[in-house]
Write a protein that binds this ligand. Structure first.
Ligand SMILES: Nc1ncnc2c1ncn2[C@@H]1O[C@H](COP(=O)(O)OP(=O)(O)O)[C@@H](O)[C@H]1O
Ligand SMILES: [Mg+2]
Length: 308
């Protein structure tokens, strides 16, 4: 649904985007993560047909973005990083303008405006002037505008930036809804945590280069080499320690007051077997859980060049 091949953008001697290869299937929600200045906006602007690449190609569906930028505009919903909304019109007039521009007329236009207003939860603001909306509402209005022509692909450049925590949660819920509608979404952020819990794929870009990409699990597996299990036992600590230490996939063990922290290199299957072994040897297990790998830490390690 979205593909780039060696996509490159140079500004003079600065390589803003360097030989980027990305592939998104329909329904993918791709988190495009990188620090400020990494090249996210430049990439998105090239995908939206707004900035011509220096070299390489980009496709939305079968449409070559550089050769048919006008066709691309019907396929994508684009939400820029710094959006300007016309302030002295009402919410309804604003959306009506864009729907008209996309050639949607008559009853269909009324319906589509109603639909997107409902989706972004701004029905009650239909007749309000845009300038009276909160930042979060303007952001949602901007997203509504990107949706009027029912695009297949959404390019959202830092949609949660500048929002307060509540508005962020609302934005996240909205993205979930769009995902459920089957949209293919590329969403950028400089904050990894913001994306990792609802993207199925992520990629980390730094200084124009995609350092790593894949499913969240794949990226984690590459960046966080081992998993950590936390086990708490009521009694039988020594037996538990014996079993854990003897396990071939255990890399390390810390044990204190009935709490065992186990560094483990095995599969889900092997994790389940370890628990089974503990229980069959009459160790009374109170808690057994995997420490969630810290994506944020992984991100920092990556962007500090600790991971090759
Ligand atoms: N129009 C431009 N002219 C010159 N340099 C630019 C231009 N746009 C972006 N850059 C540079 O390209 C790099 C990537 O910027 P950008 O794509 O905005 O990063 P991000 O969105 O990840 O913060 C930065 O070093 C930025 O200064
Ligand atoms: Mg940017």
């Amino acid at each position: 649904m979205l593909r780039t091949e060696n996509l490159t953008k140079k500004f003079g001697s600065l390589v803003a985007v360097n030989n980027l290869d990305l592939t998104l299937e329909q329904g993918d929600v791709f988190g495009f993560i990188g620090p400020n200045g990494a090249g996210k906006t430049t990439t998105i602007n090239m995908l939206a047909g707004l900035v011509p690449p220096t070299s390489g190609r980009a496709f939305i569906g079968d449409v070559d973005v550089t050769r048919q930028p006008d066709q691309v505009k019907r396929l994508i919903g684009y939400m820029p990083e710094h959006f300007g909304v016309y302030e002295d019109v009402t919410v309804w007039e604003y959306l009506n303008f864009f729907a008209h521009a996309f050639g949607i007329h008559g009853r269909a236009r009324q319906r589509v405006i109603d639909d997107v207003l409902a989706l972004v939860d701004l029905e009650h603001k239909r007749h309000a002037l845009v300038e009276t909306l909160s930042r979060g509402m303007k952001q949602r209005l901007c997203l509504a505008q990107a949706l009027v022509h029912d695009p297949l692909v959404l390019l959202l450049d830092e949609p949660a930036s500048g929002l307060d925590p509540r508005a962020r949660v609302e934005m996240r819920a909205l993205l979930h809804e769009l995902q459920a509608m089957g949209k293919t979404i590329l969403v950028s952020s400089h904050i990894l945590r913001e994306l990792s819990d609802f993207c199925n794929k992520i990629g980390i870009i730094e200084r124009g280069t995609l350092l790593i990409s894949g499913s969240v699990q794949e990226v984690l597996a590459q960046v966080v080499p081992h998993r950590t299990l936390r086990i708490r036992v009521l009694d039988g600590v020594e037996e538990a320690e014996r079993i854990v230490t003897a396990h071939g996939k255990v890399m390390g063990l810390e044990s204190e007051n009935g709490y065992l922290r186990v560094t483990f290199d095995g599969t889900d299957e092997e994790v389940a077997q370890l628990l089974e072994t503990l229980v069959t040897h009459r160790v009374r297990v109170v808690a057994f859980e995997e420490e969630s790998a810290d994506l944020e830490e992984a991100f920092l390690r990556l962007t500090q060049g600790e991971v090759g």
